[in-house]
Design a binder for this molecule. Structure first.
Ligand code: B1M
Length: 233
């Protein structure tokens, strides 16, 4: 006999969030979209839904991926479910009454195809009033530099989720130095395996622990740079 369908609406908030962790684990995108909408409808703000239901669910997926319980195909489904939830939150996270305060070119570095965190950073930057040019995944130095030349942003943002790809950030920054354009941009780096020390070692202006910190740091550094240049902030 077919299992009776679970009515997500009938669950209390805590149970719904746990169910969403299970649904994310099982890669059930429609259920994640439904759960996200229900929590928003109950007055949860987008940031809380993101952190407690989606990011926490992905953290659990990450543990079982690391331990060899989940494999790439299952994690891809989970990632798609996460992205479906993020799409519901996108307009809320990117909602801003503020005028554009600057421009950011952002991408995941060469060899790396993780993009969930980077896309979240892009959304939060939009929410903070930045115009964001998102180069996607597997971005090499040439593509970063071409985008900098084309869009003339205030900030270059780079993301890496693998210990094997994070050193590529230094390759990009060294390429900027070789071209004599390093100081034309604020360079921000982020991603789970990075830390403050790594950010300094590769020559970035700042390491950003998460998307909220990225948005705050971007805003603070752009304003500081404009003050130094004697422009109106
Ligand atoms: Co991958 N993967 N993965 N994976 N994957 C990790 C990263 C891993 C930690 C899993 C594990 O072992 N526990 C591990 C890396 C180990 C290491 O290097 N130390 C790993 C591995 C090994 C791999 C493969 C090599 C597996 C394989 O093929 N055998 C492979 C590599 C592929 C490649 O890139 N070449 C691989 C593949 C994949 C999938 C394709 C299946 C999928 C990615 C799908 C996608 O992104 N579209 C995937 C996923 C989903 C993960 C985990 C489970 C989740 C990552 C994620 O989305 N987290 C991850 C385990 C984990 O991190 N717990 C894992 C949620 C996201 C919101 O957080 O990305 O950290 P995060 O972003 C945060 C901050 O880091 C920060 O802000 C974000 C939001 O707050 N941030 C920035 C991120 N970028 C920033 C940029 C900034 C600022 C802040 O710029 C200014």
């Amino acid at each position: 006999m077919a299992e009776a369908e679970l009515d997500l609406n009938s669950l209390a908030d805590d149970d719904l969030v746990h169910q969403m962790h299970d649904d994310l684990y099982d890669g059930l995108a429609p259920e994640i979209v439904e759960g996200t909408n229900i929590l928003l409808g109950r007055g949860w703000d987008a940031q809380r839904v993101l952190n407690e239901a989606l990011v926490e669910g992905m953290r659990i997926v990450g543990i079982d991926f690391r331990d060899g319980i989940l494999f790439v195909p299952e994690v891809l489904l989970a990632a798609n479910a996460m992205k479906a939830g993020m799409e519901v939150l996108r307009p809320l996270l990117a909602e801003t009454g503020a005028q554009t305060i600057g421009k950011v070119v952002i991408g995941t570095v060469k060899g790396d195809i993780h993009d969930i965190g980077k896309n979240l950073v892009a959304m939060m930057l939009e929410g903070a009033g930045f115009e964001v040019i998102n180069l996607g995944i597997n971005t090499d130095a040439e593509r970063f530099i071409a985008a900098l030349e084309e869009h003339k942003p205030d900030i270059l943002g780079m993301s890496a989720l693998l210990t094997t790809t994070m050193p590529y950030m230094k390759v990009v920054i060294d390429s900027l130095k070789e071209k004599g354009i390093r100081d034309d941009y604020i360079v921000l780096v982020g991603g789970a395996p990075l830390n403050e020390e790594f950010g300094k070692a590769v020559g970035a202006d700042a390491y950003c622990r998460d998307a909220a910190v990225a948005a705050e740091t971007a805003e603070a550094l752009v304003l500081a740079r404009r003050m130094t240049a004697g422009e109106d902030p």
